[in-house]
Design a binder for this molecule. Structure first.
Ligand code: NI
Ligand code: MN
Length: 230
């Protein structure tokens, strides 16, 4: 069993009844968010990259709950410098956690934060994640452009649920996300990273219609909505 709650933007809360994971929560400053970081419970916080709309609340949640941050070595190190418990990994590597397996995948994007003096601090490569929990394999692509190695991910993994950006500007748009869906061949697609900012506006229903023409099952999640998989 696994329950997946959409926190808005690229954020998801995943609960198998024993362990609670949070991926890329963006609540503070997110005009579409319905929850506050203070209310999020977590045992593990999975972060795909350092940008503020992915990592800032995640590190705050990890500090409050003593959850373990799982991320790339650079971002895990950054979280550790702030007092968080963190597990460092890197792209292509997988690790068995008490809840299941996490494997980091490539993502074509950046991974920076703004330092104390306003300087841009680059924290290495961003990533996507293959997460196995509650008998399901979930692929969260992180922020990324389309890449052909998604075909390899789809060929090598029986992906149940793929969470893919459709908002464009910083990531794939809905047209490129359709190619991603074909490469990944998941059982269910959940669009993300759209409508939060002016420059990432997209109609998820249009994406859903087009993806269903390809034979894909799509769920457009409302912010705060929970899906349960037996
Ligand atoms: Ni980003
Ligand atoms: Mn982002």
């Amino acid at each position: 069993m696994v329950k997946i709650r959409f926190l808005g933007h690229a954020g998801f809360h995943i609960d198998d009844g024993r362990t609670k994971l949070v991926i890329d929560p963006y609540l503070t400053g997110n005009p579409l968010a319905t929850e506050k970081p203070e209310d999020i419970e977590a045992d593990f916080v999975l972060l795909t990259h350092a940008h503020g709309d992915h990592a800032a609340d995640g590190i705050a949640i990890a500090l409050r709950t003593r959850a373990t941050v799982i991320s790339t070595a650079e971002l895990a190190g950054w979280a550790r410098q702030q007092g968080a418990i963190a597990h460092s990994m890197h792209i292509g590597g997988a690790h068995e956690f008490p809840f299941g397996r996490v494997k980091l995948t490539i993502a074509h994007h950046g991974s920076s934060v703004t330092g104390k003096d306003g300087e841009i601090v680059s924290l290495g490569a961003p990533c996507g994640m293959l997460v196995t929990i509650g008998g399901r394999m979930i692929y969260h692509s992180g922020d990324t452009g389309l890449f052909y190695d998604m075909k390899l991910l789809g060929d090598l993994n029986a992906i149940d649920i793929a969470m893919l950006p459709i908002g464009g500007n910083y990531t794939m748009d809905a047209v490129d996300a359709l190619h991603a869906v074909e490469f990944l061949n998941p059982k269910l697609v959940i669009p993300m990273h759209y409508n939060t900012f002016e420059v990432v506006m997209a109609d998820p229903r249009v994406f859903a219609v087009e993806a269903r023409k390809l034979g894909m099952d799509v769920k457009v999640m409302a912010v705060g909505e929970t899906l349960e998989f037996e």
